[in-house]
Design a protein around this ligand. Structure first.
Ligand code: FES
Ligand SMILES: [Fe+2]
Length: 443
């Protein structure tokens, strides 16, 4: 059972909280590169409960800083993004992307003290269409960017999607670690033939809805596999990964091709940004490829949902048109006849149930089952790492060892029943590095 005190540790990510301080040791996905143009409009960003402003300077460099001007705290969101920096409109102080003060327009030259003033700017990096930020204490020597396969795939092969979710980040993470809901919520009314025709092993999620689990702690986080009998002498495995601080790799497609990663980035404690990176064209199954789970012909399983236009509000980015205010477009007739939920879209279904738990789920009133064993283990691991870090500053190895993230994947596989689950996983990955997956898809 998770106590109220443990739930507080798990879900609170402001500066000064155990989990918030641990998360700040890692590089965090902040925005899409396309959201910022050189000398273009500054953007409000909410990350880990901090109100930030992001801008791209004349030379293309990205600045992310506290939105409050260090002078008298007017918001730099209203600033002028001009000639290599952002200038506060109140008294004209100007800051570059590193937070250096370049000019104090209202101070006579002989009284100027700009060299003593710094905006609170964070280190940023940009790779393959995404902007990352490091909000930790080591601003002079930040750790390396994680070598996730999806962060190495060339930009023209990456499908990147941001979606705001109105709930605590952990509800999103735990949704990915909870594979038994797939055969029920997402595929609940489906006949296995809908999968058989497409040669999709997901059929086993509906022929047996109650898998068992194997679990293993790793240097990057935790790994599990849900298993059920497949055919005679074979077993159907669904491998899934949790990687610190809030990355997941769910088993959407075959393990040989399922090159993807999803981060649940806390905006504040009741909003997160789902950052989904998928390798384009990597799938040999499951129809619609680019954005993951889009099995053609499976009612309710598409990924077609439009966005509201982005606004400049702290919560204005990447919101879906269907949301809690319109019950996610639930169609009760469809629910009776075609799809389990009556809500269209795998991610929309996840969004609906996770937001329905409330802004921050009170985990002390749950009744967890054996199917939640991965969730339980990851909670324990996260609490252990966060409290240890708060106590003596010690860090999980994943902070400084970027290589731990490489060649890690979730995915499905049918293997001989007598094969060891980790050996079988390793063999399949070694035979299908992402570089080959890409080469095959590009042919
Ligand atoms: S508040 Fe920004 S220059 Fe004065
Ligand atoms: Fe789901």
């Amino acid at each position: 059972m998770t106590t109220i005190a443990e739930n507080e540790i798990l879900t609170r990510t402001d500066a000064g909280t155990p989990m918030g301080d641990l998360f700040r040791e890692y590089w965090i996905p902040a925005a899409m590169s396309s959201e910022l143009t050189a000398d273009g409009d500054p953007v409000r960003l909410m990350l880990l409960g901090e109100k930030l402003v992001a801008f791209r300077d004349t030379n293309g460099k990205v600045g992310i800083m506290d939105h409050r001007c260090p002078h008298r705290c007017a918001s730099l969101f209203f600033g002028r993004n001009e000639e290599g920096g952002i200038r506060c409109v109140y008294h004209g102080w100007k800051f570059d992307a590193d937070g250096n003060c370049l000019d104090m327009a209202n101070v006579p030259p002989h009284q100027d003290f700009k060299h003593k003033v710094h905006a609170k700017a964070y280190k940023t990096a940009e790779r393959n269409g995404m902007i990352w930020v490091y909000m930790g204490n080591r601003q002079d020597a930040p750790p390396p960017l994680p070598k996730l396969d999806m962060a190495e795939v060339p930009e023209n092969r990456v499908a990147l999607r941001f979606t705001q979710r109105e709930c605590n980040y952990l509800q999103g993470v735990e949704g990915e670690l909870d594979t038994s809901h797939v055969g029920i919520m997402h595929f609940g009314l489906q006949d296995k033939n809908a999968f058989v025709d497409r040669g999709d092993n997901s059929k086993y999620t509906v022929t047996n809805r109650a898998p068992e689990y194997k679990l293993q702690e790793t240097d990057y986080g935790y790994m599990y596999a849900a298993y059920r009998p497949a055919e005679e002498n074979t077993t159907y495995w669904r491998y899934g990964q949790f990687l610190f601080p809030f990355w997941t790799m769910p088993p959407i497609n075959d393990l040989s091709t399922n090159v993807l990663a999803r981060a649940y980035v806390p905006m504040d404690d009741t909003h997160c940004m789902v950052v989904a990176l998928v390798m384009k064209g990597a799938y040999n199954r499951a129809g619609g490829g680019e954005t993951g789970s889009n099995p053609d012909g499976i009612a309710g399983a598409s990924q077609n949902y439009p966005y509201e236009p982005n606004t400049t509000d702290w919560y204005g980015r990447w919101r879906l048109k269907l949301n809690a205010r319109n019950d996610y477009g639930i169609d009760r007739d469809v629910q009776r006849t075609k799809s389990y939920t009556g809500i269209e879209g795998v991610q929309m279904q996840d969004q609906a149930v996770q937001e329905s738990m409330g802004g921050i789920l009170d985990r002390s009133i749950e009744h967890l089952a054996p199917s939640d064993s991965m969730i339980t283990r990851v909670r324990r691991q996260m609490i252990r790492m966060a409290t240890q870090h708060a106590k003596d500053g010690s860090l999980p190895p994943s902070v400084d060892r970027a290589d731990l993230y490489a060649n890690v994947r979730g995915g499905q596989m049918v293997a001989p029943t007598n094969a060891d689950w980790i050996d079988a996983y390793r063999r399949e990955l070694d035979a299908n590095p992402w570089q080959n997956v890409g080469a095959k898809a590009a042919e």
